[in-house]
Ligand binder design. Sequence first.
Ligand code: FAQ
Length: 319
Amino acid sequence: MDVIDQEHDELETAFQAKVEAEQRIEPKDWMPEKYRQTLIRQMSQHAHSEIVGMLPEGNWLTRAPSLKRKTILMAKIQDEGGHGLYLYSATETLGISRDEMFEQLHSGKAKYSSIFNYPTLNWADIGAIGWLVDGAAITNQIALCRCSYGPYARAMIRICKEESFHQRQGYDIMMTMAQGTKEQREMAQDALNRWWWPTLMMFGPNDANSANSAQSMKWRIKRQSNDDLRQKFVDATVPQAEFLGLTIPDDKLAWNDVRGHYDFGEIDWEEFKAVVKGNGLCNRERLQARVDAHDGGKWVRDAALAYAAKKADRKAKAA
Ligand code: FAQ
């Protein structure tokens, strides 16, 4: 082993010891290149999910059933945009530019959550997204508040607080509809039928098929496995559905006294793979909307840069 290799091994051992001692890794600290790349992958995909996630809900802004619901939905969607911005900023601390991240999204190289490739067909879908999708997001993100990378963990704390409001606003819509007319109850049930399984897919493949989990758990980027988080979500959500008087569309769903958890049916992994590959119901539409927004905003970015250059020039001349 040459000196450089030995030094690298020592750095890596010290890094792992720091992680295991629950000390946070900060942007200027030494980190293994693969740790940096794993974080860039996960955090940028998370940021993309927040931004793309604004689209299915944005679809209902002009058709919200009251001014109050419209105001709440507008605030919720703006929060998601804010989450994207904190996450892009946190990812930039790892040495990748925002332009590169957008390029990866627009070229299809970077993924975003499969859930946002499903359509929002009726108003109850907005309730189901808040209740189920934000509910699943919080379950996953509470664990990420203890992620070993400081900027990601800190961003998650505020994001979780906001997601908790989102989950409640979704549940409130579902409650109103579940207690409403027969048609409203049917809309609420239909939304639950369509969003239940895609929500369970948000947690990713089963642990046995999760390519990144072992390493990410060792580095304490991930603190709980995909299956453990999915189970936690199911256990928390079943009583909420019962309270609404709605039926979860899974005939294998049953409380298991021995395990102390709900058993549930198998996810359609072929559907999951197809959506992640880009062949879901709305993949093309979602990506095109992002590309169009980016292209449409070019003149604003150009103007901001020209203004900054002009100001810097004036300052230099005055000095
Ligand atoms: N969709 O080895 P693993 C939200 C990919 S935010 C698409 O288990 P990992 C807020 C995965 O990237 C929702 N791809 O991967 C909101 C990997 O491929 P790669 C987003 C998926 O990273 C609410 C491959 O499969 N939340 O909802 C999915 O260890 C309402 C193998 O998987 C986050 O991003 C999927 N569902 O674990 C906004 C949380 N699952 O990259 C608006 C942060 C897996 O190697 C409205 N992310 N893949 O090519 C995570 O916690 C993790 O990245 C997991 C996946 C748990 C998602």
